[in-house]
Design a protein around this ligand. Structure first.
Ligand code: UPG
Length: 464
């Protein structure tokens, strides 16, 4: 706890996470930082996520509510719409029950920070008379695009060839999040991302996992509309500013990590010689794409560490696993430790926002292979705005061919342009670190948030 907070009463913040890995990681890291600043934090998962998670011991209190799928998580629902509909019906009631239980056992709380995918949580917070703040786990650029869609400034499905929005570079149709231009795909998620803004005018803060210097123009624009606080990148402190001792990793995995084997395999590889490959926790490739990827990695000639989740493994060609002596395939790894390792020279990624922020914070240049949702917008920024990577193009059938992947890897690993990308990645890494040093842009946002929590009138009195 920092000195200035020790003398004051301790505020209590509840943090409600959407139950997938890419949402759990940033909200947990946010919670650790808040706790370090003297705030008591309780993180709320779904029952299933809490039951499934492989976790290290943590000083953060954990609770859970039903999302309507207590025996299987998000991916067990028939469709995105079926999952969200049931969560929407169940969540407000089960969250209310949990808050009542907390109050009845003598707790007070000042604020509910909730994943922006769950805007109904703000209405629950307001019924209990506490502060409410959505936490956006995707980039400010992506959120801004959804905001304009919510406002009707972008009509769906998007059919123009280009779009110009305040604070953003000119975007071609396929730089937009896929929900906006792939007609009819994922109706549940499409409605959800637009609905993130349905009640935002009632929010006391709008938190986003980014840092001011990274998305300055759009942050300035959004800051005029919302009480925006940029509180990222939510990378464990010991890999960034080193102000929170022992904060070395996320510590909560929905998949069983293969830590020792990965780090051992990396340990004898020369500096910058390894290509690290992961498409995050949700992407599902078809067999043809998996095969092209496998042979592209082998043909690059580099060492590679490839994460293929258990459920995807059967698509990897059998002879490939036996024949590629420079490759190592694992079902889950400690990604941030891998990216921090000096042996890693390049990251082949789907450009999920956490993976993007991790590449930025650890200074690793990227081969972007976006698949869906916000990833195409992140890839656009990686290539054209932050200039720290390339994007591998798919053929007219939508498949990234082995030759294209191989060429992109070689460009990042071998060419002058690749060296420039590495220099740019290191520049962003320095800026990310500075954002969390004392007085840095993200640190100031945390300080401001804590100041409001400390002076919140709600902590003393349990309310119904
Ligand atoms: O072997 C692995 C692979 C991944 N990770 C971690 O898992 C997280 C993955 O997050 P992300 O890169 O954002 O990908 P997804 O899991 O696919 O995240 C979903 O959620 C994100 C936040 O909303 C979106 O940006 C993505 O597009 C969406 O797919 C990261 O923190 C990784 O470090 C590991 O720890 N080990």
């Amino acid at each position: 706890m920092e000195d200035h907070d020790k003398k004051q009463r301790q505020p209590h913040c509840l943090v409600l996470a959407y139950p997938t890995q890419g949402h759990i990681n940033p909200m947990l890291q946010f919670s650790k930082r808040l706790q370090h600043k003297g705030v008591r934090v309780t993180v709320i998962f779904s029952h299933f996520a809490l039951k499934t998670i492989h976790k290290k011991s943590t000083s953060i209190a954990l609770e859970s509510i039903s999302d309507g799928f207590d025996d299987g998580g998000v991916t067990s629902a028939e469709s995105d719409k079926a999952y969200l509909d049931r969560f929407w019906q169940t969540g407000p009631r089960t969250l209310t029950e949990l808050l009542e239980k907390l109050i009845n056992s003598g707790n007070t709380f000042d604020c509910l920070v909730y994943d922006s995918f769950l805007p109904w949580a703000l209405d629950v917070a307001k019924r209990f008379g506490v502060l409410g703040a959505p936490f956006f786990t995707q980039s400010l650029a992506v959120n801004t695009i959804y905001y304009h869609t919510h406002k009707g400034n972008l009509k769906l499905p998007f059919t123009e060839s280009e779009v110009s929005l305040p604070g953003l570079p000119t975007l071609s149709c396929c730089d937009l999040p896929s929900f906006l231009y792939v007609k009819g795909a994922y109706p549940g998620f499409t409605g959800m991302v637009v609905n993130q803004f349905s009640n935002i005018e009632k929010a006391d803060f709008v938190l986003c996992n980014t840092f001011y210097e990274l998305e300055q123009e759009v942050a300035d624009w959004q800051g005029k509309i919302f009480p925006l606080r940029t509180i990222g990148p939510t990378i464990p402190s010991m890999l960034l500013d080193k102000r929170i001792q022992d904060d070395n990793d996320y510590g909560f995995d929905l998949f069983k990590p293969n830590n020792d084997d990965c780090m051992k395999w990396l340990s004898d590889k020369p500096r910058g010689s390894v290509v690290y490959v992961s498409l995050g926790s949700l992407v599902v490739l078809d067999t043809e794409q998996t095969e092209e990827m496998a042979w592209g990695l082998r043909d690059s000639g580099y060492y590679f560490l490839w994460v293929v989740r258990e459920t995807e493994l059967e698509k990897v060609p059998k002879d490939f696993l036996e024949s590629s002596e420079k490759g190592f395939v694992v079902t889950w790894c400690p990604q941030i430790q891998v990216l921090e390792h000096e042996a890693v020279g390049c990251f082949v990624t789907h450009c999920g926002w956490n993976s993007t922020l991790e590449a930025i914070s650890l200074g690793v240049p990227v081969v972007g292979m976006p698949q869906w949702t916000d990833q195409s917008t992140d890839a656009k920024y990686i290539v054209d705005v932050w200039k720290m990577g390339v994007k591998v193009e798919a053929d007219p059938k939508g498949i990234v061919r082995r030759e294209s992947l191989k060429q992109c890897i070689k460009e990042v690993m071998e060419t002058e342009r690749g060296k420039e990308m590495k220099r740019n990645a290191n520049k962003w890494k320095d800026l990310a670190k500075r954002a969390f040093e004392e007085g840095g842009s993200s640190d100031k946002c945390f300080e401001d948030l804590v100041k409001h929590l400390v002076t919140s009138p709600n902590a003393q009195v349990p309310r119904k």
